[in-house]
Design a protein around this ligand. Structure first.
Ligand code: 5GP
Length: 192
């Protein structure tokens, strides 16, 4: 997605060979116009899949996910990383290991929001090692829902997440794919 790759070139900051900072438009300050374009792009890509719910993980997945859900005219559900006091009903839960934070989080969604009739599109801001997307797929599977795909804003293609998700039988589509972050530069995978 040209608009996104141009924005990454302009406003992304390479922190080290593994981490890209995009807090100027995605993970902290959010550009609503870019998010709306991203939402439309996901809606177009998954238009034939009969999506009934968009699922993401708080907090950075919420911005792209809500625009995708609006464009598809379906609800968006974000999995929580901490249990809220009002979440006293039955929960779907799974654990997600974060390599960046070196900790495991229990993530959860109320059972009442997903069922076996749902066709879920999972959206997240980044795909790195694939643990967040895997945890979200497992939550949907616990509900008996079908996961029709994973839509990612920025994929670090040099990390193993993409293959992990494809090996789970779920297609992955990423709007920007990064080949490397070496020498302080963002190098994109050339798309045909
Ligand atoms: P994974 O579970 O695929 O290893 O990592 C996905 C999660 O880690 C994303 O939801 C994102 O919040 C965070 N993450 C992974 N890599 C990066 C990165 O390079 N930059 C930022 N800002 N977040 C990242």
């Amino acid at each position: 997605m040209k608009e996104l790759t141009e924005r990454i070139k302009k406003d992304g900051r390479v922190l080290n060979e593994d981490v890209l900072k995009v807090d100027r438009f995605l993970t902290h300050q959010v550009d609503p116009h870019l998010m709306a374009a991203i939402g439309t792009e996901f809606a177009t890509l998954f238009a034939d899949e009969g999506v009934t719910k968009v699922v993401t993980l708080e907090s950075s997945g919420i911005a792209p996910a809500i625009f995708a859900a609006q464009a598809m005219n379906v609800p968006m559900i974000f999995a929580r990383k901490t249990k809220s006091l009002t979440m006293n009903e039955e929960l779907l839960t799974s654990s997600v290991y974060s390599f960046t934070k070196q900790q495991t989080n229990q993530i959860s969604i109320s059972k009442k929001f997903l069922n076996e009739d749902d066709r879920v599109l999972i959206i997240d801001d980044f795909l790195a090692n694939g643990q967040a997307a895997k945890g979200l797929i497992e939550l949907c599977q616990q509900a008996g829902a079908s996961v029709v795909g994973v839509g990612i804003v920025i994929e670090k293609a040099f990390q193993p997440g993409h293959q992990l998700i494809v090996d789970m039988g779920v297609p992955v589509y990423s709007l920007a794919r990064i080949k490397s972050l070496s020498e302080n530069q963002v190098n994109f995978v050339e798309e045909d």
